[in-house]
Design a protein around this ligand. Structure first.
Ligand code: PGA
Length: 233
């Protein structure tokens, strides 16, 4: 199976930087399956640049398909933008937008219905990690949204919150244990690792056989980092 590399640009880049990064990225030769998730306003234009090489994705979607949802961007609109993937349940959305398990469940269900692959993020905070509660938190994250979800159609990204943007990653053995746990519990389409992935640790992280790819934040907004990361495949 090809490695799945998901670039989560968050809100790092404005319009001109998004377009110029997209132009740089398409010059990179790789056998990885690459998904680029720009900020919403640039999805259409970035996709025009990358469509022949990479997939376009979104960083979130509305939890309902009602038309009366001011400010929302719904799954049908992502479909029209040709999104093939959509991140859901990212810890930053859980924290800043107070996203609940039931909203995450509804997003995953709507995405599956419209044949967009959800990339569902799960992960423990520092306190849970320090108190050896990681496996418990992961199982809870899966159980609380799991009602009637067809997991074979979902990519799961293990992203420890304490690792996001900190430069600190878990040991390979810890990541492997969680990837195995997730695979045994729900048999998803793929399991990714995310949290401070960069060109300096990609070779080490690639040694974890149970991990099918990576969800990359800040390093994915730099073309030099992405060239080195994608050159690993
Ligand atoms: P990071 O972010 O690679 O900057 O740690 C990962 C993410 O939040 O998806």
């Amino acid at each position: 199976m090809k490695k799945l590399i998901v670039a989560n640009w968050k809100v790092f880049l404005g319009r001109s930087d998004s377009l110029s990064l997209a132009k740089q990225l398409v010059k990179i030769k790789t056998s990885a399956n690459v998904v680029v998730c720009p900020s919403f306003p640039y999805i259409y234009d970035v996709n025009k640049i990358i469509a022949d090489n990479f997939h376009i994705g979104a960083q979130d979607c509305a939890s309902k398909d009602t038309q009366s949802f001011t400010g929302a961007i719904n799954v049908q609109q992502l479909k029209e933008l040709e999104c093939k993937y959509c991140i859901v349940g990212h810890s930053e959305r859980r924290m800043y937008a107070h996203e609940t398990a039931s909203e995450i469940h509804d997003k995953i269900a709507l995405l599956i219905e419209k044949k967009i692959t959800p990339i569902f993020c799960i992960g423990e905070d520092k306190i849970s990690h320090m108190s050896n509660k990681t496996e418990e938190v992961i199982a809870m994250h899966l159980d609380e949204v799991g009602f009637k979800i067809d997991w074979k159609k979902v990519v799961i990204a293990y992203e420890p919150i304490w690792s996001i943007g900190t430069g600190i990653t878990p040991k390979n053995s810890e990541i492997k244990a969680i990837a195995d746990l997730v695979k045994n519990k729900v048999s998803p389409k793929a399991v990714l690792y995310g949290g401070s992935v960069s060109s300096s640790n990609i070779h080490e992280l690639n040694k974890i056989k149970s991990v099918d790819g990576f969800l990359i934040g800040s390093a994915s907004t730099r073309s030099d980092e992405m060239s080195e990361i994608l050159a690993a495949y």
